[in-house]
Design a protein around this ligand. Structure first.
Ligand SMILES: *Cc1c(COP(=O)(O)O)cnc(C)c1O
Length: 460
């Protein structure tokens, strides 16, 4: 499988290169040159298989020759061995035709683990083989950073630097990043919001000299391998509800558009998905885009679902690429407009296609709190604020197909908001119970490229 940039000006890469590179050198994102197809029979054959085997069958055509079958199966086994549920990503029913897809059974209690644990194992296998060492730099709104640190801590061929917005992540999220003791992991508290952090990482990748000097690698959701790993659970969920014979809909709490884009990938591969519903919090740029066709940045308003406090939704570029018939120059132009004017407007054709694939909705802060309470009262499930944004929007978007809402984090990651909403303070699982006692280690830095680059080079 070849990978091409959404902006059409970067070299084509194979899977291994795309995985290790992250952002393309023309500023674009790598996407597969075509969508491999799974037939109805292929999909039906997934029923009842272990998660790991479904993962192997769904991802193998994208990974191609990078790993042998045996190697790839081992990577997948190791990636999910630390999950605390045998189904890895189990479903629970919450209504007559409603399900939650629980994605928070990994080590840091959020869905980011599903991809990051896999990436950690793939990086290790690949770098050991070539004897290389890389520097991973990532930005986080909270959950990506902890998942990355957890996945890469102690690995010999990798240093990890995670930029998070100072004072804007939950205490559990921060402690998950600042308490690991391995000296190859570095938590950087940056003055600014998540978009600042993400822009700094992008600028670092676009500083080609620095990029080459430190052998920069990215694991943000701009990394294709992450999106790919997330496509798997759309298959396991849909098949458990009767796909391919029956269509299934998904509602996805959305920030950077990675998780929902993975659903789109599953659909492109042949999974019969009825509706893909984008659920946003008050930072609702994507919902507004679907309504008006104008993709317009506003300031980020901090919310009780901080992992979705995003206005620059990076993976949306991958979808735009398809909406514009894979014309790299058209995407480069839109992205220039966004950078210069803080907005662009979709062509009518692109907007029609977007609406043909996706629905959207938003939940305000009050609605999110009310939803947590409602779910606790009517189903007995205590859910996290991100998930609540999803179930609220799912209820409004419901059609006749079964509706699966992605439960993206464990409620105990956001105990204050959950307690405020429903009076129940969710406990951390026993394996993490001493998190609040472990000593923290972090470096506070200004949101300036030169200061960050200097710090990183000085630390290596
Ligand atoms: C990252 C995250 C999201 C948003 O996912 P995207 O792929 O960025 O759209 C939603 N919920 C939680 C808990 C997250 O950590």
């Amino acid at each position: 499988m070849r990978y091409i940039s959404t902006r059409g000006q970067a070299p084509e890469l194979n899977f291994e290169e795309a995985m290790l590179t992250g952002l393309a050198r023309d500023g674009g994102l790598y996407v597969p040159a075509e969508w491999p197809q799974m037939s109805a029979d292929d999909i039906a054959a997934l029923a009842g298989l272990p998660y790991e085997e479904v993962a192997f069958r769904v991802m193998k055509p994208f990974v191609d020759e990078t790993f042998s079958d045996a190697e790839f199966r081992e990577i997948i086994q190791r990636a999910y061995a630390g999950f605390d549920h045998a189904a890895r990503c189990p479903m629970v029913q919450t209504g007559p035709n409603d399900w939650l897809l629980e994605l928070h059974h990994g080590p840091t209690l959020a869905f980011k683990d599903v991809a990051m644990q896999l990436i950690g194992q793939m990086f290790e296998t690949s770098l050991k083989r070539s004897g290389q060492r890389v520097t991973i730099v990532g930005a986080t709104s909270g959950d990506t950073g902890s998942a990355a640190i957890e996945a890469f801590r102690g690995l010999s061929s990798v240093d990890v630097f995670i930029l998070y917005p100072h004072g804007r992540v939950s205490e559990v999220q921060r402690r998950q990043m600042t308490t690991p003791v391995e000296d190859n992991v570095h938590a950087l508290a940056v003055d600014g919001d998540f978009d600042t952090c993400q822009a700094l990482v992008k600028d670092m990748f676009n500083d080609l000299e620095f990029r080459d000097r430190v052998r920069l690698a990215g694991v943000n959701s701009i990394n294709w391998a992450r999106v790919l790993a997330q496509a798997v659970y759309f298959f396991t969920a849909a098949v458990s509800l009767g796909a391919p014979a029956r269509k299934v809909s998904f509602t996805v709490p959305t920030g950077n558009f990675g998780d929902i884009f993975a659903g789109y990938v599953a659909k492109r591969m042949g999974l019969p998905i009825d509706r893909l519903v984008i659920a946003t919090n008050q930072n609702d740029i994507l919902h507004r885009t679907l309504q008006s066709g104008a993709h317009e940045k506003e300031g980020v308003a901090p919310s009780i679902s901080p992992s979705m406090d995003i206005q620059v939704s990076s993976n949306f570029e991958r979808l735009l690429f398809d909406l514009y018939d894979r014309e790299g120059s058209a995407i480069a132009q839109l992205m220039d407009e966004l950078k210069e004017n803080g907005q662009f407007t979709l062509s009518q054709g692109a907007l029609d296609r977007l609406r043909a694939e996706f629905d959207s909705g938003r939940a305000s802060e009050e609605e999110t709190l009310a939803e947590i309470r409602l779910m606790a009262e009517t189903t007995g499930h205590v859910i996290c604020p991100h998930c609540a944004v999803g179930t609220k929007v799912a209820r409004e978007a419901h059609g006749s197909a079964p509706m699966v809402t992605l439960a993206t984090a464990h409620a105990a990651k956001f105990p204050d908001a959950v307690e405020q909403a429903c009076g129940i303070r969710p406990d951390l699982p026993p394996r993490m119970a001493d998190l609040y006692e472990r000593p923290e280690r972090l470096t506070r830095l200004p949101g300036e490229l030169s200061a960050l680059e200097k710090h990183i080079e000085g630390t290596l």
